[in-house]
Design a protein around this ligand. Structure first.
Ligand code: SAM
Ligand code: ZN
Length: 201
């Protein structure tokens, strides 16, 4: 059972607010060694704690689909690949791309210390284990393998699979990467052999 968070200040859900706000009493925004900015524990966090809510705009699946494609097209042009659409239920998603949603800054890890859970219609980031003061918070983004090459992972954990992907896809991903490696090695060997033959002639 998740532990309920300590009282929080009411999030500033003002769409015009352009200031980053982290209203959780457990973490703050800092520069991350993994990517851009991230969230970091400002005190020891017990396992199961509801750390921060993933807030944003509640939108229909149709609107979410439209925004998803717009984000994808933008990422193809600019190289920016921020994805902030979160499944809430069968009919609605949350678009977390708003400045008052500090949880959107949480980076991905293949060995995360947090997970996202839907609790009574709200998306919460929960501690998967005890998290020490100063640790960066991570959850697994759970991406599928479509366009996996666009999302290399730099989490640096010993479990890192090299790309941002949900654990359910790791087996398949590892197979794909093994095949790719074998193909690349085969090509390299062919090139080397060709060079050797040329030298002999
Ligand atoms: C929702 S943002 C996370 C916040 C981000 N650090 C920032 O400052 O905006 C997601 C993006 O962060 C980057 N990112 C998150 N986790 C990463 C990781 N483990 N390795 C590489 N890039 C990561 C990717 O570019 C990803 O598309
Ligand atoms: Zn990784």
């Amino acid at each position: 059972m998740p532990k309920t968070a300590t009282p929080r200040k009411t999030p500033t859900k003002n769409p015009k607010a352009d200031k980053e706000i982290c209203d959780s009493t457990w973490c703050e925004i800092r520069t991350s060694p993994i990517h851009g900015r991230g969230l970091f524990a400002i005190r020891d966090i017990p396992e199961g704690m509801q750390i921060i809510e993933y807030v944003g705009e509640k939108i229909t699946k149709a609107e979410s689909n439209r925004r998803g494609w717009a984000q994808f097209e933008k990422s193809q042009k600019t190289g920016e690949a921020g994805v902030y659409l979160f499944t809430l239920n069968k009919r609605h998603d949350i678009d977390g791309d708003v400045p008052w949603n500090a949880a959107r800054l949480i980076n991905h890890s293949c060995d995360p210390n947090c997970e996202a859970q839907i609790i009574r219609g709200h998306i919460w980031i929960l501690a998967l284990r005890e998290i020490k003061k100063g640790e960066e918070l991570f959850f697994n983004y759970g991406f599928d393998l479509e366009c996996y090459e666009d999302h290399p992972c730099g989490c640096g954990s010993t479990r890192c699979v090299g790309f941002i992907a949900g654990e359910d896809y790791w087996k398949e991903l590892k197979k794909i990467l093994k095949k790719k490696k074998a193909k690349a090695e085969g090509k390299k060997k062919k090139k080397k052999d060709k060079k050797k033959r040329k030298k002999k002639d």
